[in-house]
Design a protein around this ligand. Structure first.
Ligand SMILES: Cc1cc2nc3c(=O)[nH]c(=O)nc-3n(C[C@H](O)[C@H](O)[C@H](O)COP(=O)(O)OP(=O)(O)OC[C@H]3O[C@@H](n4cnc5c(N)ncnc54)[C@H](O)[C@@H]3O)c2cc1C
Length: 233
């Protein structure tokens, strides 16, 4: 396993609770849209065994053409030791990234693609939207639906509908409204549905979509293959 030590080059305060940490891109490091990585804080591998308290899975919210690795996360008042340490980091601080992999690349199958997310789950989809806007080939249209009760929309410049380009972005803050939208989207029996959020959010969305006749193979989750089977099984 290759561990890349790199440095934070910028911290962007996206909303009162959400920050993006921009990391220098190590030489030769690349990734595809939908990737997640393991973010390790200084000291995570100092002992005999890695300190899991200093490591979290994080999606990469940028594309390689942005030249930095973006890590977007919510830091609440009540937070873990990991988030507490992360909050104290700034430009120049070292962090490690390793085991980077995409479970949810943009599928180019000539279908409508629906991105369903809750809260900061939108970070996983940001590079998919940019990838689509850069090159829409073989994707009929793209639709993002995000539920977030905070009313502070994340990435407003990217998640802005562009009708001429076949991209629609919708933010809702109400559960009933969210699920009514999902019901409407699921009228497309041939669409591809990507879902990112807590496990409880995945379970509710999967149950609704399956109940409306969407097949397991049309539902994409940011999970390893064996976990996908467990959720969709
Ligand atoms: C493939 C994958 C991709 C992911 N991508 C991202 C991503 O891009 N961004 C992201 O943010 N997360 C992502 N996650 C989730 C991430 O790994 C963390 O699990 C998540 O951010 C929570 O972090 P945390 O455990 O440090 O807890 P925190 O975020 O600090 O807290 C989680 C919850 O516990 C509460 N809490 C924490 N400490 C206390 C306390 N002492 N007392 C009371 N309540 C407390 C908080 O208020 C909060 O509600 C991803 C996970 C996977 C599997």
């Amino acid at each position: 396993m290759q561990i890349h030590w790199t440095k934070i080059n910028r911290v962007i305060q996206e909303t009162p609770e959400i920050r993006t940490y921009m990391l220098d891109c190590p030489d030769g490091f690349t990734w595809e849209e939908g990737s997640h990585t393991h973010l390790g804080l200084e000291g995570f591998n100092a002992g005999e065994k890695p300190d899991k308290g200093l490591v979290r899975h994080m999606s990469i919210s940028t594309l390689p053409d942005e030249a930095s690795i973006g890590i977007t996360t919510r830091i609440r008042k009540q937070r873990s030791e990991f988030k507490d340490m992360l909050e104290g980091l700034d430009a120049g601080s070292p962090v490690a990234i390793f085991k980077t992999h995409s479970n949810v690349p943009l599928k180019r199958e000539g279908k409508n693609v629906y991105l369903l997310s809750a809260g900061v789950g939108l970070a996983t989809f940001r590079p998919l939207v940019r990838e689509y806007m850069n090159r829409p080939d073989e994707v009929r249209s793209l639709y993002s639906l995000n539920i977030d009760s905070s009313k502070d929309h994340l990435f407003p410049g990217i998640f802005e509908s562009a009708p001429k380009k076949g991209f629609t972005s919708k933010f809702v803050d109400d559960r009933d409204e969210y699920y009514q939208h999902v019901r409407n989207l699921a009228e497309d029996k041939d669409g591809l549905f990507y879902v990112v959020g807590s496990d409880a959010f995945l379970i509710e969305n999967i149950a609704l979509l399956r109940g409306l006749g969407i097949k397991a193979e049309q539902i994409m989750l940011d999970k390893r293959e064996h976990m996908v089977q467990e959720f969709l099984g």
